[in-house]
Ligand binder design. Structure first.
Ligand SMILES: NC(=O)c1ccc[n+]([C@@H]2O[C@H](COP(=O)([O-])OP(=O)(O)OC[C@H]3O[C@@H](n4cnc5c(N)ncnc54)[C@H](O)[C@@H]3O)[C@@H](O)[C@H]2O)c1
Length: 248
């Protein structure tokens, strides 16, 4: 019997991460639901275990803490012997507001989660992937990192950082069997999208030519391909999933 591949999805207790976890389980992966919200991660595990018994488990991580990221990766390797895929999905949108009044603490919190977290988890898993000379890393960036959204300065800057980090890391490891790509969704229907406020949300939807929010499952389908062996000639790439908002 072929040994199932193992994927870590950060921030998978809900939203896009949860949809990615479900999709990867359907595709045969064992999936670690790595989240800071332990109760929610455990509850998600219980809810999606029907897809494949014993193919999902919860593991605590606070991606803003490098030691926590290392511990999380080590515990997954200890449990299943390998990590084939890391999806850096955990993120926060931060409060909306102009730069002149943007609180320094909030700036730091958003950068620490979205950008530092992607770096810490990637750094933690890379020695293992380099040793095995195989691996896929998929980073969840955002269209705001390509275009910049007004009143979302920290979020936009953090996601631009994730895009640049993706390209830099991909070039570093591409001859060693590890491919690193990112996706740039526009507005996707999750709790995060609901948290941005009615006016801001309406403005973001108005920018989407398809006239609707995306669904988490639509992002998950793209991530599943990026995590699969079929993605064999792409690395350091930025994959748009924005209902036609970005065509570049
Ligand atoms: N929803 C959108 O419109 C949208 C658009 C573009 C990009 N994204 C990105 O997609 C990703 C998922 O977004 P979502 O809408 O599902 O968000 P969400 O708020 O619904 O879920 C985020 C998850 O991340 C976890 N998390 C937050 N901080 C963490 C930390 N420090 N350590 C570990 N886990 C942490 C939360 O507990 C939660 O389970 C984020 O990176 C987000 O920036 C979302």
């Amino acid at each position: 019997m072929v040994k199932p591949k193992v994927a870590i999805v950060t921030g998978a207790a809900r939203g896009i991460g949860r949809a990615i976890a479900e999709r990867l389980m359907h595709d045969g992966f064992i999936v670690a639901i790595a989240d800071m919200n332990e109760a929610s991660a455990r509850s998600t595990c219980e809810q999606i275990a029907w897809i494949a018994a014993d193919h999902v488990f919860a593991v605590h991580v606070d991606v803003t803490d490098a030691a926590s990221a290392r511990q999380m990766v080590a515990s997954v390797i200890e449990r299943h012997g390998q990590v084939d895929v890391l999806v850096n999905n955990a993120g926060v949108v931060g409060v909306s507001g102009p730069v002149v009044t943007y609180a320094e603490d909030e700036w730091r919190r958003v950068l620490a989660t979205n950008l530092d977290g992607t770096f810490y988890c990637s750094k933690a898993v890379l020695p293992h992937m380099l040793e095995r000379r195989t691996g896929r890393i998929v980073n969840i960036a955002s269209i705001s990192g390509k275009e910049g959204n007004p009143n979302m300065p920290a979020y936009s800057a953090s996601k631009a950082g994730v895009i640049a980090f993706t390209k830099a890391l991909a070039k570093e490891v591409l001859t060693q069997g590890i491919y690193v790509n990112c996706v740039t969704p526009s507005l996707i229907q999750t709790d995060m999208a609901n948290s941005v406020g009615t006016e801001q949300r309406a403005a973001l939807i108005a920018k989407i030519p398809m006239g609707r929010m995306g669904q988490p499952e639509e992002v998950a389908a793209l991530v599943a391909w990026l995590a699969s062996p079929e993605c064999s000639f792409s690395t350091g790439a930025v994959f748009d999933i924005s209902g036609g908002r970005a065509t570049y």
